[in-house]
Design a protein around this ligand. Structure first.
Ligand SMILES: [Zn+2]
Length: 148
């Protein structure tokens, strides 16, 4: 998971992953490049993904974000976390205590990155392009600033 200091984008990534898992039953993104202006996430994906999918995912991410969900973190024993989360992608040096980040009741995953405190700070999520190649879906996205 990226430790890039782009908390709005990174929080959007959590919600996008939650939406992707719920909608397609795919895993969370296996690779992410999170930047303040533009980000991308890669998913193992075994079916087509068209503009209608993109619009539906976008709408669902924005629906979740607009719920003004609190983003919270709790420490959890690694062994306990292993029962609830896929830890396969954690670095080996992540330690015996993991930080579990929750987006309201919508999503939870182990993460050490920087997040906003509430999804109301993220802004509007927009997929700018998507393509599937060799079983990998790449989604590129931007955020429009939240209304002041
Ligand atoms: Zn995170």
């Amino acid at each position: 998971m990226s430790k890039d200091e782009a908390p709005r984008m990174h929080t959007a990534e959590h919600v996008l992953n939650g939406v992707m898992v719920a909608r397609y039953g795919c895993g969370r993104c296996f690779s992410a490049h999170i930047n303040p202006k533009k980000s991308k996430c890669d998913y193992n994906f075994d079916r087509p993904f068209d503009d209608a999918d993109a619009r539906a995912v976008e709408a669902e991410v924005n629906r979740v974000l607009s719920g003004n969900l609190p983003v919270t973190a709790v420490d959890m024993d690694r062994a306990e976390a292993a029962g609830s989360f896929d830890l396969g992608r954690l670095p080996d040096d992540a330690g015996d205590t993991l930080r579990i980040v929750r987006v309201g009741e919508f999503d939870a995953c182990p993460c050490s990155g920087a997040h906003v405190d509430n999804t109301s700070e993220v802004g509007s999520f927009r997929i700018i392009s998507h393509d599937v190649e060799n079983g990998v879906l790449r989604v590129r996205f931007k955020l429009d600033a939240p209304a002041a």
